[in-house]
Design a protein around this ligand. Sequence first.
Ligand SMILES: Nc1ncnc2c1ncn2[C@@H]1O[C@H](COP(=O)(O)OP(=O)(O)OP(=O)(O)O)[C@@H](O)[C@H]1O
Ligand SMILES: [Mg+2]
Length: 464
Amino acid sequence: MKTIFTKLVGSYILIVVISLVVIGVSLSFMFNNYLFEQKERELIIKGQDMAQVVKPFLVEKEDPHDFVNMANRLDLNLGTEVWVVDKKGAVIATAANHEYCEGNYLEASELKKMQSGSISVYKGKSQYFQEPVIRVIIPIIQEEKVIGAIVLYSPIQGINKALASLSQLVLTAGIISLAIAFLIGIILSRRLSRPILTITEASTLIAKGQKQVTVPTDTSIEEINQLGKTFNDMSSKVEANEERMKEFVANVSHELRSPLTSIKGFIEALIDNKGKTPEAQQRFLTIINDETDRLSQLVNDLLILSRSEEEIFLKPEEIELKKFIEDVLTSFQPRAEENSITMEVISEETSIFLKIDLNSLKQIIVNLVDNALKYSTQGGNVSISLKESAEMISISISDSGLGIPERDLPHIWDRFYRVDKDRSRETGGTGLGLAIVKQLTEKNGGQVEVESVLGKGSVFSVRF
Ligand SMILES: Nc1ncnc2c1ncn2[C@@H]1O[C@H](COP(=O)(O)OP(=O)(O)OP(=O)(O)O)[C@@H](O)[C@H]1O
Ligand SMILES: [Mg+2]
């Protein structure tokens, strides 16, 4: 498995090696060219001088050997060979150590070039020298006729040495750069991996259940800081979730316990059955029945809330909104009349059609109307207004009831949240209704909203 260190150092080494190869190759190329050009220029000048000296020998048909030997001796330290060729390209004079070449001919292409009077230059390998050579042929011209030529032959001295020292230089630079790359790799990878290790350790702590685990977010690397911030965020959310979970379980048990205690109490009284009139028995049974209803309602609500996204099966159908809501309100009518509360549905349009999961919509309306009635005073008014615009359809349920204090407004959608616990206990609420409304509305792609003035009333809206 690769660590940050091996990755970093690996890429550094690759970069160093590639750059050195590129630099080395281009440097040696440039060096080569430079040395060749230098030598070429030098040889041409020298050759032209010699051509002037040799010319009389050729014109007079004298032996140029002495001159060639002398020239060679003078040039021995430079390693230049001097040959004289006649107009047909035959080698007529060389230094003593090259006499075996005499009688040889220039190659056809070189001869052609020579006879045309132009200088020819050959660069490349030679069988006589270890190093690359350069050969220059300078024609000797007498009265516009080529009467022979000087051939200068020279190894590019020092080129191998120069190249060797160049490669040594590149190699040394390479070793130094690799060492530096290695060092930087160690430092950088430490810097990178240390905070990652810290986060890993912190995650392990969270997994073990430790609280208030945070990691530093002030390292020198922006991305790591970002990761740290996200981590701390997550850490606090996990903690908050755990708290909420505990609270939820406590709430559920509490809510379950009170109806159960009451049911058990009345059943025990009935079992006892001492001096109870039939009317009292009847009353006890009614209470037991009501408490059982409350229990099953609570269990139903919990079931709805506990269903996850995939588990809620939505079956959208198109309905006429006003008719649908009026139907739902019928079941609330007796309760409203009992408290002299009037209920009305107001719609701006004659008919508004909405495609939605009917079960969800019913639950939403039932919970909101239930609250509106529950938290209204005698003789109040509950009105449901329907609006349709290009972007959305909204259903607003307003009441002239108790209203909700501003500081409670952000929380009323939370599970088990009740503004006034005593007030709700009396009215039998558990604080799940609005959580259900919010969940179902959002599952159906809508949004919830509330406006409320304490003592005046509230408006709960859902928009789809
Ligand atoms: N129309 C309203 N007017 C005033 N207060 C309201 C209204 N609707 C909700 N509330 C407040 O918000 C709290 C949360 O409402 P929610 O419907 O979630 O719970 P509940 O009515 O107490 O219980 P449940 O609906 O589960 O029987 C209520 O306890 C109540 O204090
Ligand atoms: Mg409610």
